[in-house]
Design a protein around this ligand. Sequence first.
Ligand SMILES: [Zn+2]
Length: 332
Amino acid sequence: MRIGNIDVISGQVQQGYILTGYTADNAEVKVPLLVASGKKEGPTFWINAGVHGEEVSGIFAIHKLFEIIDVENLRGTIVATPVCNPLAVRAIQKVTREDHMDMDMHFPGNPDGWLTEQMAYHFFKEVREHADFLVDLHALGGVDAAPYTIHKSLANVPNHINQQSRALAKNMGFVLNCFVDLTTATGELPGNTNGALDIQSVLNGIPAIMAEMGAGNRILWDIVEITIDGLLNNLRYFGMIDGDVFQAKEQILFPKRCFPCSKRGGLALPKAIVGEQVKQGETIVEIVDFYGNHLESILAPQDLLLIGVIENPVVTSGKIVAVCGLEGEAFC
Ligand SMILES: [Zn+2]
């Protein structure tokens, strides 16, 4: 098996890269590639991070996972790409600096397209060829947030693929979990969601999820640990390492999200606690002016789970001030 520039050798951990494009100074855009190939046969589990440049905790989850993986007792191969968009990571911003494109809206990419589309194409070609399951690690840039998983159900995909995506999400063990039925969902984030890595993976028969690891722009070590536990649990579930699959208690599944916006401009004051329930009519965020005078209360339209609130309080009209989960119930 050859992935990127690596000829995979059974029983070894190898480092290499996937060449995905060139910058103006003819420098190669290289996606760092880590491969741990077990001594025994098994599936290929792909773990990605850094498709958005300010979402850094996932990078460290991959590094730490590779410190503890024992290839002697691994069945199959773990492939990890901790910095999927190196141009966005080095610019410390969500999108590619050179063309201002969000890579996670442009899979499966285009070999004749813009820089980000070409990068997405060369990256996804490897995913499509090799991955059997995929977990894409994200974080919420600019939002103080609780960790949560997102799995999506797609039309025209065999049911077992959607079911395995669901298992990937459940096995992560996060308390908060979002299920998006993309045949019916409304009120989701705008943009080309069809170009997301997890969606394109599922459309290609590769069960896949996103795991949002709390806030971006920092390493959240407690969430790194939770994420590693979840990834190990998935390796057990798919028979790649020994041990019993743990069932996390009190996991919540919500089928809808909402993203309340400010009408007024000013300073946003969080009035509810991230990760907890907010009752209908209670204040999520209050907007005050620069004198401290009340301008607006942004209320919960119904009972909801507060996933995150805006970190920097300075807002204009139309700024998303919170990320909420709706209609939560037990995830079983
Ligand atoms: Zn992201």
